[in-house]
Design a protein around this ligand. Structure first.
Ligand SMILES: [Zn+2]
Length: 342
């Protein structure tokens, strides 16, 4: 085994190692990570100064040990009756250390700090730390178990299972969103405001931004389904969007540019007119870019739906979106794009 991980296939190797462990131990949501760790390393709980959560010492490199060792900082260790978020954070720390022990190129001593929240940690951590985080996420939220749940369970049940995984909501929701097809937005809500949002690839609507009151998210009217649940003490809202909506197919002699100009003229946009027009036009470019990449099917209905959802989810474009002719304009323009095959 090579001593260093090439950057480009590092995460692929992490995936393989994590999936092997998941299969070997039949890991599901909420598995006993302590027991699992103890089958690969000696666990040692002791006081470590500073903000360190844990230290792992592997078999390769210094110091030489008969068995890998994971030292957990006793001041971060959740006592009986500790708050849920501390328990979740501790599970992530332990799974992260197990990653260092399991990934053969993570040699020597690793000194680690983690909030148990991948996104909060990520900007400042090394590639080894990112790999151990990725490993932790894969064993705490096993992809195969999650895929099976998506096939067999309702969305509410999927959220319940993810809560049982006992991880920070970001670990659960990142795992979920990457398995979903286009057309899903999921937000974590705290005290009535959006804390973070996630969107599956190539989804039309924009995710609501952090800090926005949930009632201003404006996605309910665009969604075909809205589910609420709880993960790690956060309210979770999961919107699903149709890939195609119905359009009035009677479009004879629609002069597209004229329709667009009249539509904009009839709204009292003042000095915002040009920037809103180019912002709305930009949505067509975004959608057509995805169509050209093959990420979306090249049909007028799909293009128009995607553009409408994108425009409809942007608060500053709401007047345009709500104009009675906008839908007709979008569909006519999408039809023209399809006819031209551009
Ligand atoms: Zn680490």
């Amino acid at each position: 085994m090579s001593a260093s991980a090439p950057e480009d296939d590092g995460l692929e190797r992490v995936e393989i190692a994590a999936n092997r462990l998941v299969d070997l131990h039949g890991l599901e949501f909420g598995s006993d990570i302590r027991k699992l760790s103890e089958s690969y390393a000696d666990l040692d709980i002791r006081s470590i100064p500073a903000e360190v959560d844990a230290i792992s010492l592997g078999l390769i490199g210094h110091p030489p040990l008969p068995r890998p060792r994971i030292i957990l900082n006793s001041s971060k260790f959740p006592r009986q009756g500790a708050a849920q978020y501390l328990v979740r954070r501790y599970r992530f720390t332990l799974a992260h250390e197990l990653g260092h022990v399991q990934l053969p190129w993570h040699t020597g001593i690793n000194v680690c700090h983690s909030e148990g929240d991948e996104e909060l940690d990520s900007p400042s951590i090394s590639s080894y730390e990112q790999e151990a985080h990725h490993f932790a996420r894969r064993i705490l939220v096993p992809q195969r178990a999650l895929s099976r749940a998506l096939d067999e369970c309702s969305k509410s049940e999927v959220l319940n299972l993810l809560d049982e995984a006992a991880v920070h909501f970001s670990v659960a929701l990142r795992s979920l969103i990457e398995l979903l097809p286009p057309g899903h937005v999921i937000s974590a809500v705290r005290n009535g405001a959006i804390e973070r949002s996630y969107r599956s690839d190539h989804t039309g609507p924009r995710p609501p931004v952090p800090g926005m009151p949930i009632e201003d998210a404006g996605l309910d009217a665009l969604a075909c389904e809205r589910i609420e649940g709880q993960i790690g003490g956060r309210k979770i809202v999961w919107w699903s969007f149709p890939s195609v909506i119905e359009f009035d197919s009677v479009l004879s002699d629609v002069k597209i540019k004229e329709l667009w100009r009249q539509l904009l003229d009839s709204l009292d946009l003042g000095g915002r007119r040009d920037s809103l027009r180019s912002s709305a036009d930009g949505k067509f470019s975004t959608t057509m870019g995805l169509v050209r990449k093959g990420a979306l099917p090249f049909t007028a209905e799909v293009i128009a739906t995607h553009v409408l959802q994108n425009v409809g989810s942007e608060p500053k474009l709401r007047e345009i979106y709500n104009h009675p002719d906008f839908r007709r304009y979008v569909y006519a323009r999408a039809r023209k794009a399809e006819d031209k095959g551009e």
